[in-house]
Design a protein around this ligand. Structure first.
Ligand SMILES: CC(C)(COP(=O)(O)OP(=O)(O)OC[C@H]1O[C@@H](n2cnc3c(N)ncnc32)[C@H](O)[C@@H]1OP(=O)(O)O)[C@@H](O)C(=O)NCCC(=O)NCCS
Length: 184
């Protein structure tokens, strides 16, 4: 059984970052993340068009957290509270002790190792606190930045093709002996 108890919200910190819960005040940055054409190029999801869309999204995310269905962190720099990106864990399976991970960063903050730093911390939390044994990630086959990140974090590419969505590659990371602790 997974340890899914997300209240109080698990804030996380790294050398440069604070990962905290989304707030309604993040609406402008959430709207940018969910409407920018570069950020959404390889993502198959509804585009947010208005501040109301962003606000509704934040409300839905926080409802899911309160029901222990999923976790969604706002990434902020330690020296400022403004949201610069997000990381989420979702599709938890108690049966298979696993979940899925997703992430996105505002374009100005890409290329500085920020997502690697954030995702390492979230993986550590997933393995050592929630106690999942496997984390899955799906990425468009042309999304080079995302694929590079997954490889850097030691995710393995599955060789089972997904015939339903052939443009997606399936990666996974398992918490086997000495696997993750060694890289953080
Ligand atoms: C996927 C995504 C989060 C990757 O962001 P990123 O900033 O490239 O990721 P990282 O944190 O791993 O940073 C890596 C880059 O920072 C550079 N870097 C600079 N300083 C660094 C440091 N201190 N530590 C590590 N890397 C550093 C690396 O060299 C690398 O640059 P390169 O790509 O030119 O080689 C980003 O492209 C994104 O948000 N895309 C849109 C959303 C998306 O597609 N999400 C994936 C859904 S599956």
């Amino acid at each position: 059984m997974l340890n899914k108890s997300f209240t109080p919200f698990p804030n996380l910190t790294t050398e440069r970052l604070v990962l905290r819960q989304l707030e309604i005040n993040d609406e402008q940055e959430i709207l940018t993340l969910r409407s920018d054409s570069e950020i959404n190029k390889y993502l198959d999801r509804p585009i947010s068009k208005t501040i109301d869309d962003a606000r509704n999204f934040i409300t839905k995310v926080n409802e899911n957290i309160s029901k222990n269905n999923s976790l969604y962190w706002a990434i902020t720099m330690r020296d400022g509270d403004t949201l610069i990106g997000t990381v989420c864990l979702f599709s938890f399976s108690d049966e298979n002790d696993q979940c899925e991970i997703g992430y996105e960063l505002l374009t100005n903050f890409q290329g500085h190792g920020i997502m690697k730093e954030a995702v390492e911390k979230v993986i550590d939390y997933a393995f050592n606190t929630i106690k999942v044994r496997k984390i899955e990630a799906f990425s468009h086959r042309d999304n080079q930045d995302s694929l590079k990140l997954l490889k850097k974090l030691s995710f393995t590419e599955s060789n089972e093709p997904d015939n339903r969505e052939p443009y997606l590659l399936y990666y996974y990371l398992t918490n086997s002996i000495g696997n993750f602790k060694s890289i953080i």
